[in-house]
Design a protein around this ligand. Sequence first.
Ligand SMILES: [Zn+2]
Length: 108
Amino acid sequence: MTNDRGKAALERLRKIKPFIQASLSLTKKRCGNPRCRCAQKGLLHEVALLTWKEDNRTHTLYVPMELRQEVERWVQEGKLLKRLVAEVSQAQREFLTSKKRSRKSKNV
Ligand SMILES: [Zn+2]
């Protein structure tokens, strides 16, 4: 039981791809090797980090460069999922509100 708004959101939910609820950020770091170009010439390494909150703590996970774009897609899909969950919840509230209204009008 839902309305058109809920049906549209559920339809999109069925096509959801792998997702992750976290954010991806790029930063530059020294690797720690004193003979590396990062220490000698100041050419820092680009590092991709995934961060998320769990039990009120921020967690971080290193993302290999070759997986950067793939993980970015998971993050985008995670945001879409969050919007769709809110969308279906809103649709169900509207559905209940419309039932209440139509019942009232029938009783009058
Ligand atoms: Zn280095």
